[in-house]
Ligand binder design. Sequence first.
Ligand code: ZN
Length: 142
Amino acid sequence: MTLKKGWIVSFIIVVIVLAGFVWAIKKGASSDRCDYDGTRIEPLYAVYFFLQDGSEKKFCSVVCASMSFSALKKQIKVVRVADESSGAKIIASQAFFVESEVVTVPHIKNRIHAFAKKEDALNHLQKFKGRWIENPLDMSIK
Ligand SMILES: [Zn+2]
């Protein structure tokens, strides 16, 4: 009987600890800040640099990311950008970039938008007087 109670107590403790972890992770994720200017990151417009040493740099916008890009370039393994339609993290070299009248991050006046699908990019471009631009975070250009 006591053994059973002991199990129940430890089970409850485990559940509480796990719930605490989940809460802490969620809280941490929602307060993600840009590594360039400290702006709160809106996941739809985020940019991520994955570095050789396994660490990650994150930015609120393509503008902030490109500010840090040349300095970090040698250490970067992969650049990922959020697809503005779905929020999925896609590899920057496979994304479609559009510059338009729409500002995503007012603080830094970011007008560069990234999309996973060409039709989404085209849609945005036609709607908001955009134009195609090259990947501003292209690692192949030395
Ligand atoms: Zn920023």
